[in-house]
Design a protein around this ligand. Structure first.
Ligand code: ADP
Ligand code: ASP
Ligand code: MG
Length: 472
């Protein structure tokens, strides 16, 4: 059986036209004799709106929260009505949507009385996005002749209880996923699953963190030993930079797991950072494809990328970072100092992105988060501490920078007009990153892109699209 896991992001299911395109793409895979397993995100922007409703309710704004819910109900009902014409199916789907919204509104009402939004309740609320989209998509597929069956991800994507960013329990997922999905696949049915949502061992709803539907796709692909994992989104693939920032970004035709993981970790939103892991373990190729341009080959993520004449494959940017400077003239180099310092970050569950040390100081970068004042207070017991927000980390990724001399000089020459706060070349030797002011980030990406992707290697980058644009 040639299993292909197809994950469709929010824009690929944002309205009835998008869901129609998605259905055609899935049908094209069944026509090729493949067995698709479909993972869908919530309809575009729904997760943000659900979070907004949750926040409003927790602040006592009951009417505001219910108004958001009511708009979302209309959007789902209208999309469903557009897509499903069969009378019985249409009535059943409308009833299902109403039931889900009734449950959601009950939670919002309760929340507005209690006025305390815990991560556990936040997960329960946002889970409605994927629970709804997956139902609408299943019905739309059936209407279009695809034998789709809805399966609730919470029955087999099992995680720990770290609500809002839960970690998968791989043994359980590896066991339960085939148990739940293989019988459907053997009956030639196409399972449709909501991404992002999961449950802990006690059956409470959890989520895999923002952008987590990619991760669901990869977990399912890994557990089923899929032939390929396809990540369908709204751009042609992994590009040399975020096309929203750099309109002349080029599609990267092939990239290694290691490079893609680095890019995702350092802010390229096109993939959730953990997506690559399950695929690497079983060496399953991942493809990033465009649901608005299905004919495009996209990007293949494979274990060994071909040699590339250009040093870098892509530029990623992670914003909303803070820099923490710790100065301790007496203690710094004393034994055990670093471990005490990192123990504090550990205590606050705060990952550190980049570290640089001098004789008397250590600078670290972290995601700007609400625990920063507490972290700073704990650190100030060890040393003098300062922290500053609104920073961005620019990360240039490419396996071909290994051992090349003069690259750093070219990078810093390209952004010589921008003030750089911290520099690091990771131990992996495939990334070069530096920290700048957030306001300078977009300009830095464009300058670097102009410097490094002027004459890209046609074996690795899609230069045809650029030629075509130039000839128009
Ligand atoms: P989805 O809803 O399909 O998961 P996302 O919005 O999460 O889609 O990710 C796709 C977006 O990622 C693109 O629209 C693009 O703006 C952004 N992006 C950032 N960096 C890159 C990159 N290097 N290549 C492609 N897209 C990128
Ligand atoms: N709907 C979730 C989010 O917006 C998960 C995803 O789309 O991948 O973060
Ligand atoms: Mg995404």
């Amino acid at each position: 059986m040639k299993i292909v896991v197809m994950k469709f992001g929010g824009t690929s299911v944002e309205d009835s036209a998008a869901i129609g395109r998605t259905a055609a793409i899935v049908a094209s895979r069944t026509a090729m004799g493949k067995s698709p397993v479909v993972v869908v995100s919530a309809m575009a922007k729904v997760t943000d709106q659900l979070l907004r409703a949750a926040t409003a309710a927790s602040q006592g704004d009951r009417a505001g929260a219910l108004a958001i819910s009511s708009r979302l109900r209309c959007r789902h009902r209208d999309t469903a009505a557009d897509l499903v014409k069969d009378a019985a199916e249409s009535v059943a789907l409308a009833r299902l949507i109403d039931e889900k919204f009734a449950a959601l509104e009950e939670i919002l009402r309760g929340l507005s009385a209690i006025r305390e939004l815990t991560p556990r309740i936040a997960d329960l609320i946002v889970s409605h996005g994927e629970r709804l989209s997956s139902r609408v998509v299943t019905a739309a597929f059936r209407e279009r002749g695809i034998d789709a069956v809805h399966v609730d991800a919470r029955e087999f994507i099992i995680t720990d209880s770290e609500f809002q960013k839960a970690a998968p329990i791989h043994d359980l997922i590896e066991k339960r996923t085939p148990e739940k999905l293989a019988p459907h696949l053997r009956s030639n049915l196409v399972p449709v699953i909501g991404g992002f949502i999961a449950s802990n061992e006690a059956g409470l709803t959890t989520t895999l963190g923002r952008g987590g539907s990619d991760y669901t796709g990869a977990l399912v692909g890994g557990a089923l030993d899929a032939e390929t994992i396809e990540i369908w989104t709204d751009v042609d693939g992994i590009m040399t930079a975020d096309p929203r920032v750099c309109p002349d970004a080029l599609r990267v035709k092939e990239i290694s797991f290691e490079e893609a993981a680095e890019l995702a970790y350092f802010g390229a939103k096109v993939l959730h950072p953990a997506t690559i892991l399950p695929a690497v373990k079983k060496n399953i190729p991942v493809q990033v494809l465009n649901s608005r341009n299905a004919a495009c080959e996209g990007t293949r993520i494979v274990s060994l990328a071909p040699h590339c004449k250009s040093p870098f494959k892509s530029i990623a940017v992670k914003k909303k970072l803070s820099i923490i400077d710790i100065v301790a003239s007496r203690m710094l180099m004393s034994h055990g100092y670093m471990s005490q310092m990192f123990a504090i970050f550990d205590k606050h569950k705060c990952p550190v992105d980049m570290v640089s040390t001098s004789e008397v100081s250590v600078s670290l970068t972290v995601d700007s988060n609400s625990s920063l004042p507490k972290i700073a207070a704990d650190l100030s017991k060890l040393a003098d501490v300062k922290y500053e927000g609104r920073k961005a980390l620019v990360c240039m990724v490419g396996e071909d920078i290994r051992g090349q001399s003069g690259i750093a000089a070219q990078v810093f020459n390209a952004i010589r007009h921008i003030n750089v706060r911290m520099i690091s070349q990771g131990a992996s030797e495939i990334n070069m990153s530096f920290m700048i002011e957030e306001d300078d980030a977009d300009e830095a990406v464009r300058s670097l892109h102009a410097a490094f992707f002027q004459n890209p290697d046609p074996a690795v980058f899609d230069v045809e699209a650029r030629k075509l644009a130039a000839s128009l």
